[in-house]
Structure formats: structure tokens, C-alpha cells
Design a protein around this ligand. Structure first.
Ligand SMILES: *Cc1c(COP(=O)(O)O)cnc(C)c1O
Length: 443
């Protein structure tokens, strides 16, 4: 198969984005392996990525984009970073999976536990979904209770019990949950509004929360929310589970619990800790983790769990970064968020961009709409409902800047996004906003 002619006027059909996506649609449902990648919420056809380098991705036609998706948070050093490439290459030459203990999983487990005070042990799985699903089973097994409390707009993967009220793709596609989930599977899941401390009954096994919600765009915890959850869980004898699959090792050098002073009973990790390879992990205090099979009665397993390539890639990322590096990126992201809001607002559009550590989200609404930072899913979806996002998305894409094709995702900046790259994004956002204002005026 010939590659598309880079930048040429004549692009062979076999190498075009349109041709690849047409083939994808024939062989893969909807043409995508995860619904968020489709352009269902914004219209149009996704481009097909041929390669990535640092903050850039290049499609099969040779067009390069400034990438603010970064694999939905899994990539922190930028695409194809040399230390990750070398770690994976070296691991692959030694064998890619054994079904036997390996040093790599030990090293990554130690690296995580050292960086997350209160987390004595972790067990690796192959996705964030598995991590959250297993953490809930463990919490139920340890407490002997069944009920799970989660918050609307928080996403904890696509397992039956946790999909209810999910953010990210579930929110983007406007789904109440999913067909194929029997009522019994969600009967014990209670979905409550984010940023309100609930009263917990004595049937609650655990409260699962994203300590900064990053799947309904970015919704920071209000002061008192996380402390309140800790106190409510303690009073009810329930476990507190922080799902840090996005925030862990991305918002800062470890867990949000370090910066917010609230220590959960269990953590879920994923994304960054695999350096772009499939991984997840859940962990907590030694006494709780001891309930897991083989030492305890809670069964949990995985053929590829602790995979040598994934653990090598994740370890390379964690070892490459210091707390000072994260602080520097957080400062850069804070300036970026302020510059973005200034650039977008100068067009007349309304904009607000909350920041938590290195995470930021951008909310856009029509001129004259008073925008505050949303505190829950209703607030985030009210902004999405103004309908500005799809126009803004496409106006940015025309300027070769790609953000996630849904209003409920955050902007993922990483260590490859230096000042110069972020300035390009700000400039494009300002121009894109002007396009949107024009389009709205012509309607
Ligand atoms: C992405 C995500 C998950 C699911 O992880 P997968 O690897 O996609 O299964 C779970 N929780 C949160 C907070 C996430 O952002």
C-alpha cells in the first residue's frame, strides 16, 4: 500500500483520510475502536493518524496538526519520546509477555507507591476500566456491602456498574448509559451530583470519585468536597476511591491527594503510567490490598497484567520527570489557559478555562453568555448545549490544531508543549473564535 503523497495536490485515494475511514467503517463498527474518536458530536470525518512526534500528529495525507488530545491523557512526554521508544524497544527484545513475574512490574509498582503517600501496594491491569471495576469489587469484598456511589459526569470506564451517569463519550453522545446493561447491574449504583457531599447509608461499600473531574470538561473540586467525602465515608464505614486514571501523574507528580490533603482508601491509575501502552492499576493500604486473590478472597486476574512493555514505558516516563518539571509545566499551562481565554474572548465569544495542576479545560459559549466555571455535570452540559463547541472545534481543525471532538474533554498539554507550541495554539484559538462569531452572525 502506497502512502499518501505528502502535501501534494494529487492524493492517491488509497492514502487519503476519506479512503482510510471508509475502510475503517467497513471493518470496524463506526470506524473507531472507542466512540470518543468519532466525529459524531462535531460532524465530519476524523483524519487517520500515520505518526506522531512531540506535540504533533501527522495524518495519512501528510498534514501535521498541533495535538491537544495526546491519547486522552496517556501521553505526557509527547509522541515517540526517545526515552519511551528506547525503553519499549529494549523491553521488546527481551520478550513481550511471560505470564510470570518480571522486574518491570516491581519497579513500576515501587515507583508509584513512592510517589503516592498512603498507597502501599498496587496491582496492574490493562486498562483504566479494569482498574475501576476491580477497585469496586475489592471495596465490596472488604466491606461486605453492595452499594456504590458515583457522581454524574465522572467517567470510570465502561464496566456495567460504573457506566451510569458517565462523562466523556457517554456524555458526548448523549447516552443515559448503555443498551446491554441489565437493570440489575446498576441497581446498586447511586449517581449523585458532583461537588455535593452526600449522606451515606450503611449499605455503601464505596464512593468512587475523580478528585478533579476531567471527563465533563474540567470541573475542579470545590473547597470542602473531597474532605467532606472523606469524613462521610469514615462515618459510614465506606471506602473512598479516587479514580486518578487521568489526574494521576499528569495533574502533578503523583496523586491529587498530595495537593489536596485528602487520602483515599483506594486509588485507580492508568493512562500516563503506561507511557502510551495499555495499562491500569489500582492500589491502596496493605490491609485492604491483602483481600485480593491469591492472599485474600477477592478474585482478580489478567493474562497481560503488568505487561513488560507497558511497565517499561510507564517507568521511563515517571523516572524522566521531577516535581520541579511538573511545577514548570503547571505554570506554563496556567499562562496558556489565561492566554486562551483572552484570545477567545477578544472575538466576543464567552470563554472560561479552569486549571488544576497541568490540566486545563476550555468552555466556550456565544457572545454575551455569562460563564463561570461549572461545578457539576449540569453546569458543564449547559455550556455544551449552547452549541458553540462543534464550530470552534472545526475552526481550530482548519488551522491544524486538534482538540478532542467533544465538549466534555479537557485540553491535554504535556512536556512537549513548550511556550512556542502553546502560542501557536493560542493564536489559532483566537482566529477560530473570530470564525465562530462570523458564523453565528450569519445564521
Ligand atoms: C480514561 C478513564 C478511565 C478508563 O480508562 P480506559 O483505559 O479507557 O479503560 C477510567 N477513569 C477515568 C477517570 C478515565 O479518565
Amino acid at each position: 500500500m502506497a502512502d499518501g503523497a505528502a502535501g501534494g495536490a494529487h492524493v492517491p485515494a488509497a492514502g487519503s483520510n476519506a479512503a482510510w475511514f471508509a475502510r475503517a467503517r467497513r471493518a470496524i463498527p463506526g470506524g473507531v475502536d472507542s466512540p470518543v474518536r468519532s466525529f459524531s458530536a462535531v460532524g465530519g470525518t476524523p483524519f487517520t493518524v500515520a505518526r506522531g512526534e512531540g506535540p504533533w500528529v501527522t495524518d495519512v495525507e501528510g498534514v501535521r496538526y498541533l495535538d491537544l488530545i495526546q491519547s486522552y491523557g496517556a501521553i505526557l512526554l509527547g509522541h515517540a519520546h526517545p526515552v519511551v521508544v528506547e525503553a519499549v524497544r529494549r523491553a521488546a527484545t527481551l520478550g513481550s509477555s511471560f505470564g510470570m513475574p518480571t522486574p518491570g512490574e516491581v519497579l513500576l509498582a515501587e515507583a508509584i507507591c513512592t510517589r503516592v503517600p498512603g498507597c502501599d501496594q498496587v496491582r496492574f491491569v490493562s486498562s483504566g476500566t479494569e482498574a475501576a471495576m476491580s477497585a469496586v469489587r475489592l471495596a465490596r469484598g472488604v466491606t461486605g456491602r453492595t452499594r456504590v456511589v458515583k457522581f454524574a459526569g465522572c467517567y470510570h470506564g465502561h464496566s456495567d456498574a460504573l457506566l451510569a451517569g458517565g462523562g466523556s463519550g457517554v456524555a458526548t453522545l448523549g447516552l443515559p448509559g448503555s443498551a446491554g446493561v441489565p437493570p440489575g447491574a446498576v441497581a446498586d449504583t447511586l449517581v449523585l451530583p458532583y461537588n455535593v457531599v452526600p449522606e451515606l447509608g450503611d449499605d455503601v461499600a464505596c464512593v468512587v470519585v475523580e478528585p478533579v473531574a476531567a471527563n465533563m470538561n474540567l470541573v475542579p473540586p470545590v473547597p470542602g468536597f473531597l474532605d467532606g467525602l472523606r469524613a462521610a465515608c469514615d462515618a459510614a464505614g465506606a471506602l473512598l476511591v479516587f479514580d486518578e486514571v487521568i489526574s494521576g501523574f499528569r495533574a502533578g507528580p503523583g496523586s491529587l491527594s498530595s495537593s489536596h490533603g485528602v487520602v483515599p482508601d483506594l486509588w485507580c491509575f492508568g493512562k500516563v503510567i503506561g507511557g502510551g501502552l495499555p495499562i491500569g492499576a489500582f492500589g491502596g493500604r496493605r490491609e485492604i490490598m491483602a483481600a485480593l486473590s491469591p492472599s485474600g478472597p477477592v478474585y482478580q486476574a489478567g493474562t497481560l497484567s503488568g505487561n513488560p512493555l507497558a511497565t517499561a514505558a510507564g517507568l521511563a516516563v515517571l523516572q524522566h520527570l521531577t516535581a520541579a518539571d511538573y511545577a514548570a509545566l503547571a505554570a506554563r499551562v496556567a499562562r496558556f489557559a489565561a492566554d486562551l481565554v483572552a484570545a477567545v474572548s477578544s472575538s466576543g465569544l464567552s470563554a472560561v478555562a479552569p486549571v488544576v495542576g497541568t490540566l486545563t479545560g476550555l468552555y466556550v459559549a456565544p457572545p454575551g453568555v455569562a460563564l463561570g466555571v461549572p461545578v457539576d455535570y449540569d453546569g458543564a452540559s449547559a455550556v455544551a448545549a449552547t452549541g458553540v463547541f462543534p464550530r470552534f472545534f472545526h475552526a481550530l481543525l482548519r488551522r491544524r490544531v486538534v482538540i478532542a471532538p467533544g465538549a466534555y474533554e479537557v485540553l491535554f498539554c504535556g512536556f512537549a508543549h513548550d511556550e512556542a507550541v502553546l502560542s501557536l495554539a493560542v493564536e489559532a484559538a483566537g482566529e477560530a473564535a473570530l470564525d465562530v462569531v462570523d458564523e453565528l452572525a450569519r445564521r
